[in-house]
Design a protein around this ligand. Structure first.
Ligand code: PHE
Length: 355
């Protein structure tokens, strides 16, 4: 009888080595621990044995049973783990079974990496160009006073030019009952702040968010980015404005670019201009991108108005300067053929991942 039990145990262990999945393990359990198994039969028959035999065989049989039960549990765990690894490997189109077991020599799985927003990329690229030309990069507040956004820029309260900027006014009144706080409509108020804080020579570019109270559509957003530029010194002339902006256009859009300056009006510059580059798609022949004109307008600029210099106590007889302001999103829109400005800030990864 003892020999028989020894055989049962070694047979079970032997068979276990050939078991490859959970289904086979279950069949093995039924075979060796189930009601009809030899072991169970022996344990049942113990009562018909003599006390002596019962003691010897009983303890031996119970030992065999615990060993088989333990083996069952251990194998169950291993096979379960194997099962989940297989599922994962299959999902990834990899190998099944033993080959899918953990290989500690493999490199780690790469984590998904983020990237810079297209606006940030463009902003850095443009600032880099101006830094190389000797400009300093500074930033300023997005919530502004009427004084900086309009008044000091030669746009008094009753001036019709205020219509050029649809404004978000902040729900705030000062002690004189004036609503004089707003979300800046352009980066130009930083011209005033910079000049108040320093004496010439001044050479700065100011990137930042600006706000306009208008209905959004494919070409209008209520929040967008601008980059302001300001250079003030003795003997600065319109040639400096042209030379600087021409150099900028070539560095950003290519050496072969041509530029065009035309009259434009902004109350804080005199004379005021708008600058266009020749269309980089058709080379100036006329196409959809440039609306058949051959030119693409990219920024407003001009010589700093003497009144603006007076407002910051700069002597307009001694100092002159130029300023410019460009809308940032327009540039990647032109460059990559993006037809809706709202795509920039609607957080759609399908769009953002392309940059
Ligand atoms: N601030 C002007 C705008 O938002 C652009 C500009 C800046 C024009 C500086 C001239 C000089 O329209």
């Amino acid at each position: 009888m003892l020999k028989k039990l020894e055989e049962i145990k070694s047979k079970a262990v032997d068979e276990l080595n050939r078991i490859a999945d959970l289904k086979e393990l279950e069949a093995w359990r039924v075979r060796h621990l189930g009601k009809k198994s030899e072991l169970t039969q022996i344990l049942r028959g113990l009562s018909s044995l003599s006390v002596e035999e019962r003691k010897a065989i009983g303890s031996f049989a119970n030992d065999a049973k615990s060993v088989i039960e333990l083996l069952y549990k251990q194998n169950m765990e291993t096979l379960k783990e194997q099962f989940y690894q297989d599922i994962e490997a299959t999902a990834k189109g990899g190998k099944k079974g033993a080959a899918a077991k953990l290989d500690v020599t493999l490199p780690g799985r790469p984590l998904p990496l983020g990237r810079l927003h297209p606006t940030t990329q463009m902003l850095r690229q443009i600032c880099d160009i101006f830094v190389a030309l000797g400009f300093q990069v500074i930033e300023g507040p997005e919530v502004e006073w009427d004084y900086y956004n309009f008044e000091a820029l030669n746009i008094p309260a009753d001036h019709p030019a205020r219509d050029m900027w649809d404004t978000f006014w902040i729900d705030y009144e000062n002690e004189r009952g004036e609503r004089n706080m707003l979300l800046r409509t352009h980066t130009s108020p930083m011209q005033i702040r910079v000049m108040q804080q320093t004496r010439p020579p001044v050479r700065v570019v100011v990137p930042g968010k600006v706000y306009r109270y208008e209905a959004t559509d494919a070409t209008h957003e209520s929040m967008f980015y601008q980059i302001e530029g300001l250079a003030v010194d003795e003997h600065i002339t319109f040639s400096d404005l042209k030379g600087t902006l021409y150099e900028f256009a070539k560095r950003l859009f290519g050496e072969e670019r041509r530029v065009r300056f035309r009259c434009d009006y902004f109350p804080f510059v005199e004379p005021g201009v708008e600058m266009a580059i020749d269309c980089f798609v058709c080379g100036g022949k006329g196409c959809r991108l440039c609306s058949d004109t051959g030119w693409i307008e990219i920024l407003g600029a001009g010589m700093v108005h003497p009144n603006v210099l007076r407002n910051v106590n700069y002597d307009p007889e001694k100092y002159t300067g130029f300023a410019f302001g460009l809308g940032l999103e327009r540039i990647p829109m032109l460059k990559y053929g993006i037809d809706d400005i709202r795509l920039f800030y609607s957080n759609d990864l399908r769009f953002l991942k392309q940059f």
